[in-house]
Design a protein around this ligand. Structure first.
Ligand SMILES: Cc1cc2nc3c(=O)[nH]c(=O)nc-3n(C[C@H](O)[C@H](O)[C@H](O)COP(=O)(O)OP(=O)(O)OC[C@H]3O[C@@H](n4cnc5c(N)ncnc54)[C@H](O)[C@@H]3O)c2cc1C
Length: 416
């Protein structure tokens, strides 16, 4: 029987272990802190609070795993308005703040320029980002200035917490234009679409994965893993890049140095509960560009996204990132003041919160920079049987982490 040690019981470590178990491996997981890593659901009298991811992009592969481990996925609230198209659009609306709140920030001519650029790009095969091309240049080259200014200067700031001139187009949008036929077919054909979540919040997925693994003989060791000598079995390091650098430093100094160079951006997630108001903004959430004068990168309207979370108005404001790193060192009171200022600017009225919960992540997500794109091909260990897995290798989203983990396990299993 093949054996593996998995380092880290965050989402990446747990799904990697799941696929290993499915292929008949004997697995041990080391976790130095808490199972789930960034992901957790805090139960409060006003409703659940997610400490990091609040949902996951659905795929048939996710549905398959959830069926296997006994997790029921709930679709977005908007899906429940089957025959009411207007309500469906309202509840799934993603807003961009460009001078004001907009569902569609492009003008008629901006939209035409985008469509023209898209069709031309498809025909001439120019949509694929060039090597070391930043996201701003890529969007400007393909879709013109309005798309770059009104979409690309806003959306990546909210999602990747950095400016489009600092981000690698290849890392952020490259996979949509790749001809990678190795993707399993079942990724595309899920029963549910878009963002989904377990009924009891994201922690349910973590707990059910953990108990499934335990039932299938996986041993969890609550301690920090250190790699001092080459191992006879596979060691898969499923931590963030800085922790991975520490794990491999005794055996592979070059790899450790390259991992250390990957920048991690801080994020603060602030969930605030309010009494519902008759004229509140309804939708999935809003993204803010750095030019609009908000402290936050974006806000999610949790109570509109999932119906189980809508007894009270629940919003999650995300602050920090590349341009506002110090926010993670501020007191709770100062952070709440920033959120209150942003909310007043967005909604136009003041409202006292019923309750709040703040999660601070000094090393939240990797910066998908040109430097990371440059280092990525060299992030392989020369130590036999030592492997890396994590969001710095491909994508921040949990849906992509599942695909990446399955691919890694398939490649290890196929090796003699
Ligand atoms: C605020 C926020 C919101 C997000 N929202 C979304 C979203 O809505 N949808 C989405 O898809 N994604 C979202 N993400 C991204 C997603 O949550 C992360 O990409 C994912 O959770 C990372 O999981 P991981 O297991 O790779 O890392 P981690 O969660 O960091 O887990 C790594 C684990 O390794 C352990 N570890 C480290 N070193 C060692 C060692 N030497 N020995 C033993 N254990 C060790 C750590 O203690 C930790 O538990 C969000 C992230 C943040 C911060």
């Amino acid at each position: 029987m093949k054996r593996a040690t998995v380092v880290g019981a965050g989402f990446t470590g747990l799904v990697t272990s799941y696929f290993l178990v499915k292929k008949g491996w004997k697995v041990e997981i080391y976790e130095k802190s808490r199972v789930g890593g960034l992901i957790g659901t805090v139960k409060t009298p006003n409703g659940p609070v997610e400490t990091a991811a609040n949902g996951i992009l659905c795929s048939a592969l996710l549905e398959e795993i959830c069926k296997d481990i006994g997790v029921e996925l709930q679709p977005m609230h908007a899906k429940s308005f089957k025959f009411n198209l207007l309500a469906k659009i309202r509840y799934s609306s993603r807003y961009f703040y460009f001078k004001k709140l907009r569902r569609m920030p492009l003008s008629f001519f901006g939209l035409l320029a985008f469509l023209y650029g898209f069709v031309l790009g498809k025909l001439t095969n120019s949509l694929k980002p060039n090597r070391l091309e930043n996201l701003w240049d890529w969007s400007f080259r393909n879709f013109g200035s309005e798309f770059a200014e009104r979409i690309i200067s806003i959306a990546p700031n909210g999602i990747y917490a950095s400016s489009p001139k600092m981000l690698s187009a290849h890392l952020v949008v490259g996979r949509h234009f790749s001809k990678d036929k190795a993707l399993p077919e079942n990724i595309k054909t899920s029963a549910l679409r878009g963002t989904v979540s377990p009924k009891n919040g994201m922690a349910e997925l973590i707990h059910k994965l953990e108990s499934y693994l335990q039932k299938n003989g996986v041993r969890f060791l609550k301690k920090e893993f250190e790699l001092r000598k080459p191992s006879d079995e596979a060691v898969i390091v499923c931590t963030n890049s800085q922790n991975a650098a520490k794990v491999v430093e005794h055996l592979d100094k070059d790899l450790s140095a390259r991992l250390q160079k990957i920048e991690l951006l801080p994020l603060v997630s602030v969930t605030v509960f309010f009494q519902p108001m008759p004229k509140q903004i309804v939708g999935f959430g809003t993204l803010f560009g750095p030019a609009e004068g908000f402290h936050s990168l974006g806000v999610l309207f949790n109570s509109d996204i999932f119906s189980e979370r809508n007894a009270k108005r629940s919003e999650t404001w995300i602050l920090g990132g590349d341009l506002n790193r110090e926010v993670v060192d501020l007191s709770e009171k100062s952070i709440l003041t920033l959120v209150a200022e942003d909310r007043l600017k967005l909604c136009g009225y003041e409202q006292s919160p019923l309750a709040w919960h703040i999660s601070k992540w000094p090393q939240a997500i990797p910066k998908y920079s040109l430097d990371l794109e440059r280092h990525l091909p060299n992030l392989k260990s020369k130590v036999p049987r030592l492997h890396l897995n994590g969001n710095y290798l491909g994508s921040i989203g949990l849906g992509q982490i599942i695909i990446q983990s399955e691919k890694l396990v398939l490649s290890l299993t196929e090796k003699p």
